[in-house]
Design a protein around this ligand. Structure first.
Ligand SMILES: Cc1cc2nc3c(=O)[nH]c(=O)nc-3n(C[C@H](O)[C@H](O)[C@H](O)COP(=O)(O)OP(=O)(O)OC[C@H]3O[C@@H](n4cnc5c(N)ncnc54)[C@H](O)[C@@H]3O)c2cc1C
Length: 405
């Protein structure tokens, strides 16, 4: 059986890896002219995703490229002294197995593990998917595939072609996110520094092996902003308006963002789809499940979803009419809980009032001072569902071998 995957970032190559291991033929089509090396941002692999990486034999290369952020210094608007946070303690409240890594580094590890056995086609995109398996491309010749999977991110092309317009499946969660690749002018190594105010947060992080640093901006607005997704000048203007008057190094971050080598700006949007398959087409990763970038642990969700989809296809001997419902049943609870987690995380990261801001400062101060075991226990009591990733149980699909060709 031959499966076409759209998107070569995280979900695409992980799915390709497991499909190959179960005996499927795989082609991955990626719109970018080469594997993306655009700067990117840090992403999180929590326990279930780390366990999958382990089963892929990739723990070594993944941990070798971790960002190693161990410490956060966070100023609170209107207060003098910053809150110092031990990142390891904070993460331990969420998961007992975790690596933070730049997305581009992670996709390169997954790509390297699959490039010899998988056909990768760069610089192309699917133009249409026929019910009979005929797929047309923007550049290449039309080809036939048994199944098609959209692993092409939050603004998925396959989802638009097969499930309809994006607006029908998305919910804006009231916030925006920007990331700029700028020089590491504060000499950060394994540290993040930043400032949180009412409804806005700006920070800077880097690690020794990274080119430059990443300036991160998160902010809330009462209404959706009016801008075109390609109009970066307007986006930078909006950022300046929103972050005017916030202290610490924010004016410098905004200046650096103006001349950034890579700049990302988007609303924090959650997908609301409750089904991720239609006919011979499935969605995986952000294309199907995104609970909101930067707030919902969506990278772990992407890795788990890819592993489960490949496993269920193998378990059903390639019969998608059995595999797809099994995939949806296996992922449903994790996806729904990730959505609530993301909404809570956005509220916590961006306090809506001065009172909430004070509470945030107090909680992070406390977690920083408790011994790890106690802070883990406290988080279990205080924030229901905070350990959502670690509660996911992975099926073992290793018994399912080659599928009929
Ligand atoms: C600024 C930012 C910060 C984030 N922070 C975190 C974090 O802290 N922790 C975390 O876990 N996650 C974070 N995320 C989310 C994380 O990046 C995603 O969950 C993860 O990358 C999902 O992987 P994916 O493979 O599903 O999609 P993506 O990584 O979005 O990859 C989609 C791929 O599809 C390709 N593509 C797009 N259109 C087409 C097309 N028409 N044809 C072919 N290919 C196409 C793209 O070029 C890309 O390679 C963040 C995201 C952003 C944007």
């Amino acid at each position: 059986m031959h499966v076409l995957i759209s998107g070569a970032s995280v979900a695409g190559p992980v799915l390709a890896y497991w499909l190959r291991r179960h005996g499927f033929d795989v082609t991955v089509v990626e719109r970018a002219p080469a594997l993306r090396k655009t700067g990117g941002h840090a992403v999180d692999l929590f326990r279930p995703a780390m366990d999958i990486v382990d089963r892929m034999g990739l723990i070594g290369p993944v941990t070798a490229r971790k960002t190693g952020t161990e410490h956060i210094t966070m100023y609170i608007e209107g207060r003098g002294r910053p809150v110092e946070m031990d990142m390891r303690k904070l993460v331990a409240t969420v998961s007992d197995r975790h690596v933070e890594i730049m997305r581009d580094d992670l996709s390169e590890v997954f790509y390297d593990a699959t490039r010899d056995d998988v056909e990768y086609v760069f610089d192309d995109s699917i133009a249409s998917v026929g019910g009979d398996g005929l797929v047309t491309f923007e550049r290449g010749e039309a080809r036939r595939f048994d199944l098609v999977v959209g692993a092409d991110g939050l603004h998925s092309n396959v989802r638009r072609l097969v499930f309809g317009p994006e607006s029908a499946h998305t919910r804006w969660i009231g916030a925006y996110l920007a990331v700029a690749t700028i020089p590491n002018y504060r000499g950060l190594d394994g540290r993040m520094e930043g400032i949180t105010g009412v409804g806005r947060m700006a920070g800077l992080y880097s690690a020794a092996h990274l080119d430059g640093a990443r300036a991160l901006f998160l902010f809330r607005t009462p209404e959706q902003l009016d801008y075109h997704h390609r109009d970066t000048a307007r986006q930078k203007e909006l950022l300046r308006e929103r972050f005017a008057g916030l202290g610490w190094d924010v004016p410098r971050l905004l200046d650096e963002a103006d001349r950034a080598s890579a700049f990302y700006f988007d609303s924090i949007t959650q997908l609301t789809l409750d089904t991720w398959t239609r006919g011979r087409v499935a969605l995986v990763g952000d294309a199907g499940h995104c609970p909101g970038p930067a707030v919902g642990g969506s990278t772990s969700l992407a890795v788990v979803g890819a592993y489960v989809l490949a496993g269920e296809l193998a378990a059903a001997g390639g019969d998608h009419t059995r595999a797809f419902p099994a995939y949806e049943a296996a992922m449903g609870d994790y996806v729904r809980r990730s959505r609530s987690f993301a909404l809570n995380a956005a509220r916590r990261l961006l306090p809506g009032t001065a009172l909430d801001l004070g509470l945030l400062a107090g909680t992070t101060w406390l977690v920083g001072r408790l011994p790890s075991g106690l802070s883990r226990a406290a988080s279990k009591l205080a924030a229901k569902g905070v350990r959502l990733h670690d509660s996911v149980e992975l099926k073992d699909y290793s018994a399912y071998g080659a599928v009929p060709r």
